[in-house]
Each structure stands twice: as structure tokens, then as C-alpha cells.
Design a protein around this ligand. Structure first.
Ligand code: AGP
Length: 607
């Protein structure tokens, strides 16, 4: 939910921190701040609003010092203002802390510290950390941080600097991501790899409850008992450009244009001699035959991918599937057992609702397969099996290519489950695998024909409420189309099953109401044409997303956006792209901040 960075080395820390925070602003942008340690004094600059406010002040004040920590915030406890911004100082002003996560027992810690004479100036939970580290500090900063963390319940990624330790600083993580960048005579911490990628490709991906001490020449990792542990170096293979906009106006457009490659990269390495090879997933034929039920658990866009998966798994692998949003699943005491497979879907791999749902599933004995985009993320590390989507960094808050690749991964899993259950004849399997290879080119076609969508958006950007209706896989797709539109254009919309509209909600359709209809399912075409006629009879304007060969739709819809003739089974992976483009152009027409929509952040690491 927030972004943190840290630096120690022989360079001035301030510009490195600011540069790193720029790469993390997508994680939250309500406020930003830095703490710099130089000539034994600790300077803290922190301001409400965008990072540019802080950058301006840093340029003006040029704080000296070669140790520093920085933070860009997505507010949880305490509104966005200067006082609630990070870094937070300890009582003496000798310790500064940046924190990403939530201290769930902060009130009792606060009461304890107040009874010891500590005073609090912010409304945040994070402020307790600096005071508690100071309370525990007896000359060993690592030990003070460990003692502090042993009192804390909740999630954290921390950077801690102290005037007593002018040649080192400490960091730690639990449930919130943190990596260590290993440089030459300098070292870094960051919430995510892009923040330090231009300085080093060698990183440690910290695990939960690990604490790290950094000097310019040495990085030492400890467990929460203070025992030193060895970490493997993870070499980052991304190029720097892949984490930048590469000339596009917005990350979102860049990432939509990356969809063909992202889907290809997710599918192709897993097709060997016409057979699907799901990396090192250890699900045997016996395991699959013993799966009584599959739960799919995720949030937001990832959840919508799960709804698509329900349809295709039940239809192809004949295994009952229950799809749930993680925040509901976790608290409804789900009837999960060791006879169940739980599929967890998450782009960031850090969504706390989803991470805790995963842990709940494992506690109940289920096997967990996660579909994740960020390598080494918390969800990937807690799963029994991981199938990575190779979408590359997704920076725009609105998830696009990650969804397409999640579907691609889910199709691979579905076909493998069906095959292991002996439900797919060789020819059927071969054809299905071949169909997957057509997806990237089909998305390429859609991306080359954006004009119809762009024009429709320009005509209708003042719409106050928009309906997305579909049947079967197209209904699942409508959910994602509706979310995309809402989160970046701030236009209210809702997704509705086409056949359900007449049971009440059609009362809202009136002259000029906008209705978007993905209609890629051949077997449901006539029913969808009827639904279009129903809403048009009440004055609606309809844009349909249909295959090129569908000639009937032109007689029904006002505007038709076509996709290439792919098999209905895989159509959602292609048909979602026009819906993403529609949301993008509507947001542009309304002058919204496409990549950083209001109230949102890219990775929701709070409950
Ligand atoms: C998608 O556009 C949203 N930004 C949001 O719903 C997101 O999908 C959700 O928070 C889940 O994130 P995850 O995939 O990283 O777990």
C-alpha cells in the first residue's frame, strides 16, 4: 500500500531516495517524505500530496548525508497530511522510521508508551514503531528493532535509521514486501524492484520476520531470534525500460499493448511438443482425481479472472468450483478440507486479503496453487505450487495485462486438469492447445483497431451510469469491464447477467442509457440479441463486442467492436481488451489520472 526506499553508501542519499520513490509512487501517493542522516544530525522532510512536493523541498534544502530512508504513502490510519506522513521520529528525535503495512495492536502499544512518557503527534499506527524502537534501544539497533517487532502484531516493511549509528541502518518485513539491493560499496532497500533496478540487479527478497542490517559494504540478514541467516541472491533479468513508460502516454496503454507478448510469454514456455508443461507444479494424476472441489479466491480484477475460470473448469475438467472474494472467504469459515484445491490469483502477490485467505486455506489442509505475477512475492512463497504469469511489471493501478495472463494461466491449468482426469481426447486436447497459440495475434488485431472504441468513448464520456451485460463467459467478462470503467473514469457502472436484467434492473434502462455487451459465446448469441433488443426498446444505446463472423449483431447493436474469430472457449482473453480500451478512453475524455486513479493504490496490503 505504501512504497519505502533506503540507501547507504558513498553518495548523497537524497537524490537516490527521490529517484527510488518515483518508481514506487504507484503504490500510494497521498504524501511522501525522507529522513537523511549526515554529520550526526537527522533531517526529516515530509509533505502531504504528490512526491513532486517533496522533491521540490529536497532540491531547495539539499540535505547532506549518505544514509537515508524514504516513503510514499497510501493513507490507512490518519488522513493524508504532513504530520501523518512518514518518516516518523522517536521521542528523542534520534530515530526515524518508514513503515508499509498496519500495526494491528498499535493502540495498546501507544497506551503503554504514553504511560512511559512518550507523546504522539500523528494519528497513525506507524508512529508507535519509532518510539518502541527507542524504548528498546540499549546501543544495539538490530536488537532494538527485533525486540520492537516481537511486540508488534500486523504487517510491516520497515526502514530504521538512528543518529547513534551513522554507518548503518536496519530494515525488516512481515506480510509487506521488501527487497535489499546489493551494490558495490552501497546497498539499498525498496518495496519493489523498479526502485533500485538502475543501480543493481542483485537483490535479496526478504522473507517474513527477517531483519537486515545494512552498511555500505555489508548486508547481514537475521531471523527474528537475532540469528544470522544466509540468503540467495536473486538476479533481476528485467530491463530498466520495462519498468518505465517507454514512450507511451500512460503505463496503462503501455501495458495493454504488452498484452500479446505477456500472453505469449505466459503460454509458450509451457507448451512443449504440443503438450502443456506446468513448470514444476507437482499435481499428479492421482492428486487431481482426488480433488472434490476447487475454491478460487482473489480480489478485484483477479477475482474476475477466477469467475471466468469457474465456467471453463466446470465445463472442461468437471470439477465443482466456488469463487470467492478473499475478504469474504477468510471470515466465513469456508468448508475447505484436504480434498480441495484452492487457486489463489494475485497480480502483486501481496494483497493482504488474498494472502490471509491463502493461509486460512492451508490451515484447513487444502493444497494451494497460486497464479501470481510478481516473483518471490509473499503469496507465491506461501503456496504449495506457483504458476507465474509472465506479464512483467504492471505499474498502472488498473490491472490489464495481468488479467489477460491470469486467464491464460487458468486455461493452461484447466486443460491440464481435464487431461489428468482423462476427459480430453488427444485430438480435443491438441486443438485446444493450438487455439491458445492464436490468442496473442488476436489481441494484436484488437489493439490495431482502437478507433471505433475511441470514437464511441468520445461520444459518451458524459454518461452517468453504464451497464455491462453478458451471458456465460461474457457475464464474467462484464464484471471486469465494469470495474475497469469505474476505477479509472469514476463513472458508475454495473455488470449484469443478460438474462437477469428483466427481473428488475431493466427498470433503470431509459432513453440514452449506455449498455455494453460482450457477446462472444456462439451458443448464447440468440439470447443476447434478444437482450439487446429488450434494452434498445427502452431507449438504450448499445455497443457490442463480437467476433468478426457474427453478422447478426449488426442488426441489433448501435456500434459493434469486432475481435478475430477465436474459439468461444478462449474468447474472454481477447474480448477483455476492447473493454479495457473503452475504460481507458472514457477516463482520458474525462481528464482523469489514468495511471493513478483517486483513492486507489496498486497493491492493497491492508485488510
Ligand atoms: C484492478 O484493476 C484493481 N486495481 C484491483 O481490483 C486489483 O485487481 C485487486 O486489488 C487485486 O490485486 P492483486 O491482483 O495484486 O491481488
Amino acid at each position: 500500500m505504501c512504497g519505502i526506499v533506503g540507501y547507504i553508501g558513498n553518495k548523497t542519499a537524497a537524490p537516490i531516495l527521490i529517484n527510488g520513490l518515483k518508481k514506487l509512487e504507484y503504490r500510494g501517493y497521498d504524501s511522501a517524505g525522507v529522513a537523511i542522516l549526515g554529520n550526526d544530525n537527522l533531517k526529516v522532510l515530509k509533505y502531504k500530496g504528490r512526491l513532486s512536493n517533496l522533491e521540490e523541498k529536497v532540491c531547495e534544502l539539499t540535505p547532506e548525508g549518505n544514509i537515508g530512508i524514504g516513503h510514499t504513502r497510501w493513507a490507512t490510519h490518519g488522513e493524508p497530511n504532513d504530520l501523518n506522513s512518514h518518516p516518523h521520529m522517536s521521542k528523542s528525535g534520534n530515530i526515524a522510521v518508514v513503515h508499509n503495512g498496519i500495526i494491528e495492536n498499535y493502540l495498546e502499544i501507544k497506551e503503554f508508551l504514553e504511560s512511559k512518557g512518550y507523546e504522539f503527534i500523528s494519528e497513525t499506527d506507524s508512529e508507535v514503531v519509532g518510539h518502541l524502537v527507542e524504548y528498546n534501544y540499549k546501543g544495539d539497533l538490530v536488537k532494538a528493532v527485533i525486540d520492537c517487532l516481537n511486540e508488534i502484531e500486523g504487517s510491516y516493511a520497515l526502514g530504521v535509521i538512528c543518529t547513534d549509528c551513522p554507518d548503518m541502518f536496519v530494515a525488516a518485513r512481515k506480510d509487506s514486501p521488501l527487497i535489499v539491493g546489493l551494490g558495490d560499496g552501497e546497498n539499498y532497500i525498496a518495496s519493489d524492484i523498479p526502485a533500485i533496478l538502475e543501480y543493481t540487479r542483485d537483490v535479496y527478497i526478504l522473507d517474513d520476520k527477517e531483519i537486515v542490517s545494512l552498511t555500505g559494504d555489508k548486508v547481514t540478514v537475521f531471523n527474528n531470534y537475532g540469528i544470522e541467516i544466509q540468503k540467495d541472491v536473486f538476479k533481476v533479468t528485467w530491463d530498466v525500460a520495462s519498468a518505465e513508460k517507454s514512450g507511451y502516454e500512460h503505463f496503462m496503454m503501455k501495458e495493454m499493448c504488452e498484452e500479446p507478448k505477456a500472453v505469449r510469454d505466459t503460454i509458450n514456455p509451457r507448451i512443449k511438443d504440443g503438450n502443456i508443461v506446468l513448470d514444476n507444479i507437482k499435481l499428479t494424476d492421482e492428486d487431481v482425481k482426488n480433488i472434490d472441489k476447487i475454491y478460487i479466491v482473489a480480489c478485484g480484477t483477479a477475482y474476475h479472472a477466477g469467475v471466468v475460470a469457474k465456467y471453463i473448469i466446470e465445463k472442461t475438467a468437471k470439477i465443482p468450483v466456488e469463487v470467492d472474494v478473499a475478504s469474504e472467504f477468510r471470515y466465513r469459515d469456508p468448508l475447505v478440507t484436504d480434498r480441495h484445491l484452492v487457486i489463489i490469483i494475485s497480480q502483486s502477490g501481496e494483497t493482504l486479503d488474498t494472502l490471509f485467505a491463502l493461509r486460512e486455506s492451508k490451515k484447513k489442509g487444502a493444497r494451494v496453487l497460486s497464479i501470481v505475477n510478481v516473483v518471490g512475492s509473499s503469496i507465491s512463497r506461501d503456496s504449495d505450487d506457483v504458476l507465474y504469469t509472465w506479464a512483467g511489471p504492471e505499474i498502472a493501478v488498473a490491472s490489464t495485462k495481468a488479467y489477460n495472463t491470469q486467464l491464460a494461466a487458468l486455461y493452461l491449468v484447466t486443460l491440464e486438469l481435464a487431461k489428468k482426469k482423462g476427459l480430453l481426447e488427444t485430438e480435443q486436447y491438441k486443438k485446444a492447445v493450438e487455439e491458445l497459440s492464436k490468442i496473442s495475434d488476436a489481441i494484436e488485431d484488437v489493439l490495431e483497431n482502437k478507433e471505433v472504441i475511441q470514437k464511441f468513448a468520445a461520444q459518451h464520456c458524459n454518461a452517468k451510469s453504464i451497464f455491462f451485460i453478458g451471458r456465460g463467459l461474457d457475464y464474467a467478462l462484464s464484471m471486469e469491464g465494469s470495474l475497469k470503467l469505474k476505477e479509472i473514469s469514476y463513472i458508475h457502472s454495473e455488470a449484469y447477467a443478460g438474462g437477469e436484467l428483466k427481473h428488475g434492473t431493466i427498470a433503470l434502462i431509459e432513453e440514452g442509457t449506455l449498455v455494453i455487451c460482450p457477446m462472444t459465446q456462439d451458443s448464447l448469441m440468440d439470447k443476447m440479441i434478444s437482450n439487446i433488443k429488450e434494452v434498445k426498446a427502452r431507449g438504450a444505446t448499445v455497443m457490442a463486442i463480437a467476433k468478426e463472423s457474427n453478422k447478426h449483431v449488426y442488426k441489433a447493436a448501435d456500434v459493434v467492436v469486432t475481435i478475430p474469430d477465436v474459439d468461444s472457449f478462449i474468447a474472454p482473453i481477447v474480448a477483455v481488451t476492447p473493454l479495457q480500451l473503452f475504460a481507458y478512453y472514457m477516463a482520458l475524455e474525462k481528464g482523469c489520472d489514468v495511471d493513478k486513479p483517486r483513492n486507489l493504490a496498486k497493491s492493497v496490503t491492508v485488510e
